[in-house]
Design a protein around this ligand. Structure first.
Ligand code: SF4
Length: 100
């Protein structure tokens, strides 16, 4: 079984193992779920917990599924600018959540 049809790293044997077991015991899935383990630009990005980048593209380009996503749609922007955008989005969400 693969975590994604484009990510060529086996995580378990569906049919022999329960999906729940694979989900809980796969080291790779644990690493992919923990966005603080991402590397490069994705690892420092303020959007890593909502985006996280494409792990299959990272694997294809760098050989490492935790590497930065070379197809980041925001790669032309600095991380500082992304952080300013993230703070504005969060402030807007807070405003909406307190709206009557
Ligand atoms: S793909 Fe881009 S926006 Fe998404 S986490 Fe990586 S650096 Fe951030």
């Amino acid at each position: 079984m693969l975590p994604c049809r484009r990510l060529d790293l086996a995580i378990g044997r569906l049919g022999e193992q329960r999906l729940e077991t694979i989900w809980r015991e796969s080291e790779l899935l644990a690493a992919l779920r923990d966005r603080d383990r991402l590397r490069g630009r994705c690892g420092r990005c303020p959007y890593r917990w909502v985006c996280g980048g494409c792990r299959a593209l990272a694997r294809a380009r760098a050989g490492d599924p935790l590497a930065e996503d070379p197809g980041c749609p925001w790669r032309g922007l600095s991380l500082a600018r992304l952080a300013r955008g993230a703070r504005r989005s969060l402030a807007q969400l807070r405003t909406w959540s307190h709206a009557p």
